[in-house]
Design a protein around this ligand. Structure first.
Ligand SMILES: [Zn+2]
Length: 62
């Protein structure tokens, strides 16, 4: 479980935009880039090249 403090400072490495935290899936999603970043052992993998690209039907919403 990531702390709210950490979530507040985390931004997308590609666009510096806000991320959507999914506590169930353990992912951080950037709706602007449509990239989803994994969280492994409470450590977000904030690397653009590690991000999973979402297709148009992805769950990202504002
Ligand atoms: Zn982004």
């Amino acid at each position: 479980m990531l702390s709210q403090e950490l979530l507040d400072i985390l931004v997308c490495p590609a666009c510096k935009g806000d991320l959507i935290y999914d506590a169930t899936a353990q992912t951080l999603t950037c709706p602007a880039c449509r990239l989803r970043y994994r969280i492994e052992d409470d450590i977000p993998i904030m690397l653009v090249e590690e991000g999973e690209r979402l297709d148009v039907s992805g769950p990202a919403t504002t």
